[in-house]
Design a protein around this ligand. Structure first.
Ligand code: BDR
Ligand code: CA
Length: 327
């Protein structure tokens, strides 16, 4: 079987960890590297969490630290930093949040990050690869946007880009924007305009890519480290969704980033999609980070395939089958 070569760009983050695990545990892929970016947590934590996950399952895969902040956000005083990381303390004194700071339920990282920066590593790795590589971008798009700025010709070495980002009927970070695009809208706009074959997986699709309380029970019954880890973070995400953003299915949690991996394995997990032209608003103000799909009859030429809904049963079944492979 010819394996598809993947690079994952992550801001790990609980759902990023599940995407990473699913990619590594799928024999259909050869994960040739993982790059980290600031997003769900500051860069030192997203890198440390990534090292724990990769070190546990595939210590030979390089992990490379990338950008510590967005391309220009800090330079624009009209912008406020994203305050997405909602968390509260419940009546038992437990913190309810979407992302845990440290993956201390996994063993300490058995590997170290590479001594280079992800932007340089992406340029060098793409340019020296004889085969085209698929990029899975599930954090703010900063690393690949900076790589494109450094050397736009890298796009010729890209097979496909699968992006978790944006939302058309759904939003989470602001009344207009999804988190990854809100965190670095300029980067998202650069990546969407790069001319590659892009699959965009927004909140409209990922809010149906859920694991439920029933899935938590099943994962615990495997008695594996991966099963218990994913069960624990799913349980915490379920509490956070029930508290802050109830989903279509009670007691369930969206695993946004993992949908990118399941899509690559089986595109029929997406039940509605359309090719279209998407742009990201980056002028500041209320629409900052908003993804805008040109729906006019005279729309601009499509720059991506937009995924709009998900077969939630197929998603959870496929994901659990993959995670169960870990010893
Ligand atoms: C995205 O934001 C992050 O919190 C998740 O990891 C996902 O990539 C969803 O908006
Ligand atoms: Ca993410």
């Amino acid at each position: 079987m010819k394996k598809r070569k993947l690079i994952l760009d992550v801001d790990t983050g609980t759902d990023d960890a599940i995407a990473l695990m699913a990619a590594i545990l799928s024999p259909e892929f050869e994960v040739i590297g993982v790059t980290t970016v600031a997003g769900n947590l500051p860069l030192p934590q997203t890198t440390a969490n990534t090292l724990r996950v990769v070190g546990l399952l595939a210590p030979e895969i390089p992990v490379v630290r990338g950008c510590a902040g967005p391309l220009v956000r800090d330079l624009d005083p009209r912008r406020k930093y994203c305050d997405n990381e909602e968390s509260i303390i419940d009546e038992n004194g437990d913190c309810i949040a979407f992302h845990v700071e440290e993956f201390d339920m996994l063993p300490p990282a058995s590997i170290r990050e590479r001594e280079t920066n992800a932007v340089c590593w992406l340029v060098e790795t793409l340019k020296s690869s004889r085969e085209r590589i698929t990029l899975v971008l599930v954090g703010p798009q900063t690393n690949f946007a900076a790589a494109l700025r450094a050397d736009p010709s890298i796009v010729e070495h890209v097979e496909q880009i699968v992006i978790m980002g944006g939302g058309f009927e759904e939003r989470n970070s602001s009344s207009a924007a999804e988190f990854n695009f809100f965190m670095d809208p300029e980067a998202a706009q650069i990546v969407l305009g790069c001319g590659a074959d892009i699959i965009l997986i927004p909140l409209d699709a990922t809010h149906h890519a859920v694991l439920s309380a029933g899935d938590v029970a099943e994962m615990r019954s495997w008695n594996t480290l991966v099963g218990s880890f994913v069960a624990q973070i799913t349980e915490e995400r379920i509490k956070a969704y029930n508290t802050f953003q109830p989903l279509f299915k009670p007691d369930s949690a969206s695993m946004h980033d993992a949908l990118c991996i399941i899509y690559l394995l089986d595109p029929s997990v997406i039940t509605k999609s359309q090719r279209g032209h998407v742009e990201i608003a980056f002028g500041g103000g209320a629409s900052d980070g908003q993804s805008v799909l040109d729906r006019r009859s005279c729309a601009q030429p499509a720059n991506c395939l937009v995924c709009l809904s998900t077969d939630d049963e197929k998603f959870s079944r496929t994901l659990l089958t993959i995670l169960k492979r870990a010893k």
